[in-house]
Structures are given as structure tokens and as C-alpha cells.
Design a protein around this ligand. Structure first.
Ligand code: X8Z
Ligand code: ZN
Length: 649
């Protein structure tokens, strides 16, 4: 539950009550006041929403931080009640079609229909089935483990441990095993996912959409066709930059792993340092442009801080702790570093003049992975009660990736805090990409200069080599992400729309991976696999276009805040850390929530109401030049995949 229309949030984390019966939606229902106006209707929905939201969040929070059959049953039931109520409100709203009402009420009614990412059938049995499937899939993902051996000799590794192999090992076969092992956890989800698609499509059609994909594309204050075209246009702007990065990475990988560094010109999925090839930062050891230009190894610095903290705690322990005592001390040290990383992130926001996080945030958040139970480790930020109970749920380790993810999550939290006085239906991002872009805008301002101010890297020298190193560090996370941000929903739009049939789920997935990312698996992945299910947002049903849009928008926000801070230099060197003028502008934008079309909100912040990748290209101009000269003489690009047989819906 992190993002978007806030209660939708809840739903993407999956799940809903059966308080309202099916006929609750009719005007004859005694619960519906007679002669209610549209304005009164929305005021009532807001009240009912506010009243039922905490129970839904609590059930979902429990099922994500304590996965077992009981918590899943309660979460599915809470979601069932919720989605039933939502269907009731949507039905009731039909009474007002074509009637006069205030613009705010008209907007709220529109948002009501678009609020969930999991449109549920009106039929109560099928609605309940949907919530059970959604909860089960997320539970399977959270509890997923790759096990080898039998009985006493069995050993299992979960996502975190398998990701660590990709992050740190440079042994080809070890990485392949970790990658294949994690993907095996998704095979049993396929059947559930096929049914899930049928059910959400029925829900979407009940609400008047062609399918669930069209419904997802309807949340952008423009037509579904227009936003799809916008994503194509934006991708076209940044594709040449991605192709240069791809070409450079391939050359380096081919040198590192002779004969196995590429697959017919595509990047091998298991060698990119990341389970989904969405962020290549972990390949710094292979892709670092200049070895001598100061170190930017933030992970190593955090690891050192953790070790120092652990040693301090061990030294303070009376006598030599036994094995159990040592584990306890290690856990405290893990909690210490996780908290100090989070306080660092909070400090950036408060330096902009934003408020401190509430005391309950520190008491109720899950910062590290519990030892005694399964949890969904995928990071998320939760507005529990539409008021002051905000939390994050993470399994923080001392790494650069997790460090920046904490800043990302706090972006959601500060959005929640800024718009908490808006009516519930406007407590959401201007669009979902805005929600994802807040924390990442701050991440762009985490320049080497900032990192050295907070003691994580050495004092930075000014040189062309240092500049290229720092640009590369950012590109491995931001530019590498772009085609991935696009392909996930290209797959789901196809699946929901019917052009990708269940018998082609996996081949269509790998075709899109090839087409957009230029990535391929080491060995063929047939239809006995369900590789989309190995990415959280698929079983978690979180729309993904938001992240693509965010990766464009965050550069526009960053540039606007740099301007607001009075900065006047190359974009890539700007940090507005400590600048209250920038903070004020940002906070004002956050406070608007979804109360007006996003185009207006964007214009108020940046001066232009259109998404545009010019700021991305401006930021990376030095790197793009450098990459072009590095790649000179190479045949860049990769072969197009063979088309998958498309089924007519
Ligand atoms: O899911 C997330 C956040 C929570 S909204 C951790 N992200 C995407 C992902 O991990 O796939 C952030 C970047 C992309
Ligand atoms: Zn997020």
C-alpha cells in the first residue's frame, strides 16, 4: 500500500467486507438518505470511507507483516467488505449522472470509479473469490523460498538471500542458480493469475470499462488512448540514451564473462545484479567508468557503519555472549543501522522545512525483517487511518539500494502527511506517477557532495572522470529502469485486453523484455514457467506505468526545485538539501493531492503542464556524450524478438 489513490493503495496490497448486501446500491435501500444531493452523497461516502479505512489497513498490515492462514483470511474478508462497499457507492453514484453538481463533487465521483486497481465483480461469490486469490498470491510471493535438498538436509533461501547472490557474486553459475531458483516460486501462481484476470475484467466491465487495463489507463485526466500514446512518446525521447547504456554494459559484460556475457546480443537476465534487471547499480564493480576518481561505494560505507555499531554493542556486552546472545546483539545492530538510515532520510525532508515524522511512525513501522515469521519484504508506505498513523514496511539492509529506497518510501509518507486534510477521495497523488516521484526527486538531490556532507563517501574531487562516475551511478539506476518501467504494463495491458492469452503468458513476457530492455534469459523459458509472477507487482497487482512516469517526472520536479532554490549551474550538480524555498514549493504541491487535474499541479510546480523527458536528457548530457565515444565502432542495438502469436480478444 504505497502509492496512489490512497484507499486504492490498500487494494493493491490486495484485499476487502460484506457489510453491504448486493442490493445496498439501490435507491430504495433504507441506508441511503432520500433526496440526497450529489454533494451530500460525496460527503457521506467520505465519512463512510474514513470510518472503514483503518480496519482495512490494519488487516492488510497484519497479513503483510505476519503471513499465515489466519491473517490472510482476515485480510481477504476485510477486502471483501471494502470492495463490496465500493461497488455499492459506484452503483449509487449512477443516480447523479447528468445532474448539476459542484466541480469538486464531479471530480470526486470520477475518482471513486477509478480508485481501485482491483475492480471486483458485483456477484458476491466471485468478489469473495477474487479477494482470496489476491491475498493468496501476495502471500505466496512474500513466503516464496527456493529450497534444495530433502528432509533434514533441505536448505531454503528467500528473495533477500537470492538477491544478495546477484548483488555480490560474480560466479556465473551461482547467479544463474539464484535467478532460476527465485523464478521457480512463481510457477504455482499461474493458475491463480489466469482466474484473477477473468475476475478483475468482470469487475471492470461491471463498471463500464472494456477491461481492467483500460480502467488502469483511465486514471490520468486524459483518455486511455492518450496516456498510452504519451508513454510511447516519452519512451521515444529517452530510448537513444538507454541504447547507449545497453551497448556499453554489454561490452563490459562480454569482457567479464567471455562467451557468456550476452545472449544473441541481449543482456543475460541473471548477470545484471538485479533479479528483474530494472536497476544495474550493483554492477558498479564491472561498469565503473574510472577506477581512480574517488570512491562512491555507499554500500561499503553503510556496511562499515553497521560493523562498527555491532562491535560497539559486542564490546559493551558483559562477558562473551553465547550464540543466542550474539544473535540478539546482531539484531539490535541491524535495527540501529536501519533506524539511522531512516533518520538520515527524514533529515533531508526536515531540512526543507517539512515536519518531523510522528513518534508513532518509529514505534509502528517495520524496518527490519522479523526472524520468527514470513513477511512481505517489498518496501511500502502506509497511510493507516488517513490521519497521523503513517508507517513504512521494509526489510532494510545496509546497502545503497535500501538507503535510497528509504528516501523513496518517505516521499510517499510526506505526501500522505501533506494531503491529510483533503477530503478522503482527494487523498491521493495528482496521478500515481507523482506519488512515486516524490522520494526519487530527493534521491536525485543526493549528489556526491551531499553524500560526502553526511560522511558516506570521501570528499569529492572535481574532474571529468569524477563527473562521469557520478553520472554513471545515477544512470545505472534511473536510465536502466526506463524500459522495465514500461514493459510490465505493456504485458498486463495485453493480458487484461486479451491479446496475450494464458498459453502465451511467458513467451509474451520475454518478448517484451527483449523488445524494450534488450534482456534475455540464459535458457529458454517455456510456458511451464510463470516469470511475471516473480516480480512483486504482478501477484501484488500494483500498476506499474506509475514508475515509468515517475522516472520522467522526477527530473522535471528536480529541475523545478533547483530553480526554486536559486541554483544556477549544471542540473546534475544541484542539491537543494537544506533549502526551504524549494521545500515550500514542494510541500504546496503535495498538499493539493488529487484535488485538481495533474496537469494543473505540474504547471504550478514546473511552469509547464506536460510530462517531458527534456530534463532527463539535460541531466545526462555529459554521460550520453561519453557513452557515444566509448561505443564508437560497436554495433549497438539488439535484434527484435520474434512476434508471439496474438489472440484476438
Ligand atoms: O515498488 C517500488 C517501491 C515501492 S512503491 C519500493 N518500486 C518499484 C520496484 O521496486 O519495482 C520503486 C522503484 C520501482
Ligand atoms: Zn513507491
Amino acid at each position: 500500500m504505497n502509492h496512489r489513490r490512497l484507499w486504492v493503495l490498500a487494494i493493491a496490497a490486495c484485499l476487502a467486507l460484506s457489510a453491504c448486501k448486493r442490493d445496498a446500491a439501490t435507491a430504495t435501500d433504507p441506508a441511503i438518505p432520500e433526496n440526497e444531493t450529489a454533494d451530500e452523497f460525496i460527503a457521506r461516502v467520505d465519512d463512510e470511507l474514513r470510518a472503514m479505512y483503518p480496519e482495512l489497513s490494519a488487516a492488510q498490515w497484519l497479513s503483510s507483516t505476519y503471513i499465515n492462514d489466519d491473517s490472510q483470511l482476515l485480510a481477504a474478508k476485510a477486502n471483501e467488505r471494502w470492495l463490496t462497499a465500493l461497488n455499492g457507492w459506484i452503483e449509487q453514484a449512477r443516480r447523479f449522472e447528468g445532474q448539476d453538481m459542484s466541480p469538486a463533487t464531479a471530480r470526486a465521483i470520477g475518482l471513486l470509479k477509478l480508485s481501485t486497481a482491483m475492480p471486483a465483480p458485483r456477484d458476491p461469490q466471485r468478489l469473495a473469490e477474487l479477494t482470496r486469490i489476491a491475498t493468496r498470491m501476495e502471500g505466496m510471493y512474500g513466503a516464496g523460498a527456493y529450497c534444495v535438498g530433502e528432509g533434514e538436509n533441505q536448505s531454503c533461501r528467500q528473495l533477500g538471500e537470492l538477491e544478495e547472490v546477484l548483488r555480490k557474486s560474480r560466479d556465473h553459475d551461482e547467479q544463474l542458480d539464484a535467478w532460476q531458483g527465485w523464478h521457480s516460486i512463481a510457477q504455482p501462481m499461474r493458475k491463480d493469475y489466469v482466474r484473477f484476470v477473468e475476475l478483475v475484467n468482470e469487475g471492470a466491465r461491471d463498471m463500464g470499462f472494456a477491461d481492467a487495463g483500460e480502467m488502469w489507463r483511465s486514471g490520468y485526466d486524459m483518455s486511455p488512448g492518450e496516456i498510452a500514446a504519451e508513454t510511447d512518446r516519452l519512451w521515444g525521447q529517452v530510448k537513444p540514451l538507454y541504447e547507449q547504456l545497453h551497448c556499453y554494459a554489454r561490452t563490459r559484460l562480454e569482457a567479464k564473462y567471455p562467451d557468456r556475457g550476452s545472449v544473441d546480443g541481449l543482456l543475460p537476465a541473471h548477470l545484471m545484479g538485479n533479479m528483474w534487471q530494472q536497476d544495474w547499480s550493483n554492477l558498479w564493480d564491472i561498469l565503473q567508468p574510472y577506477g581512480s576518481a574517488g570512491t562512491l561505494d555507499v554500500s561499503a560505507a553503510l556496511e562499515t557503519q553497521f560493523r562498527e555499531g555491532l562491535n560497539k554493542r559486542l564490546a559493551a556486552a558483559r562477558g562473551l555472549p553465547d550464540a543466542v546472545g550474539r544473535v540478539e546483539i546482531e539484531r539490535r545492530a541491524e535495527a540501529d543501522i536501519a533506524e539511522s538510515m531512516t533518520r538520515r532520510a527524514e533529515d533531508f525532508y526536515t531540512s526543507l522545512g517539512m515536519p518531523e515524522l510522528p513518534e508513532s511512525f518509529w514505534r509502528k513501522s517495520q524496518l527490519i525483517k522479523p526472524r520468527d515469521r514470513d513477511v512481505v519484504c517489498h518496501a511500502s508506505a502506509w497511510p493507516m487511518d488517513m490521519a497521523d498513523d503513517v508507517r513504512i514496511k521494509m526489510c532494510i539492509q545496509p546497502s545503497e539500494e535500501d538507503f535510497t529506497t528509504v528516501y523513496h518510501e518517505l516521499g510517499h509518507i510526506y505526501y500522505y502527511m501533506a494531503y491529510k486534510d483533503q477530503p478522503p477521495l482527494f487523498q491521493a497523488g495528482a496521478h500515481d506517477g507523482f506519488h512515486e516521484a516524490i522520494g526519487d526527486t530527493i534521491v536525485l538531490a543526493m549528489t556526491p557532495q551531499y553524500m560526502s556532507t553526511i560522511g558516506l563517501v570521501e570528499e569529492q574531487q572535481q574532474s571529468q572522470a569524477a563527473l562521469i562516475n557520478s553520472q554513471m551511478r545515477m544512470a545505472l539506476s534511473k536510465v536502466a529502469f526506463l524500459p522495465f518501467g514500461l514493459m510490465i504494463d505493456r504485458w498486463r495491458w495485453g493480458v487484461f485486453g486479451g491479446s496475450i492469452a494464458p498459453e502465451n503468458y511467458n513467451s509474451a513476457w520475454w518478448n517484451l523484455k527483449a523488445q524494450y530492455q534488450g534482456v534475455a534469459p540464459a535458457d529458454a523459458r517455456g510456458e511451464d514457467f510463470f516469470d511475471p509472477g516473480a516480480k512483486y507487482h504482478v501477484p501484488g497487482n500494483t500498476p506499474y506505468t506509475r514508475y515509468f512516469l515517475s522516472h520522467i517526472l522526477q527530473f522535471q520536479f528536480y529541475k523545478a526545485l533547483c530553480d526554486a532554490s536559486g541554483y544556477d549551474g549544471p542540473l546534475y550538480e544541484c542539491s537543494f538539501y537544506g533549502n526551504e524555498a524549494a521545500g515550500e514549493k514542494f510541500w504546496a504541491m503535495l498538499g493539493k493531492g488529487a484535488s485538481q487535474p495533474w496537469q494543473q499541479t505540474l504547471e504550478e510546480l514546473t511552469g509547464a503542464g506536460t510530462m517531458d523527458a527534456a530534463a532527463v536528457l539535460e541531466y545526462f548530457a555529459p554521460l550520453q556524450d561519453w557513452l557515444e565515444s566509448q561505443n564508437e565502432g560497436q554495433a549497438c542495438g539488439w535484434p527484435a524478438p520474434a512476434p508471439v502469436a496474438a489472440k484476438t480478444p
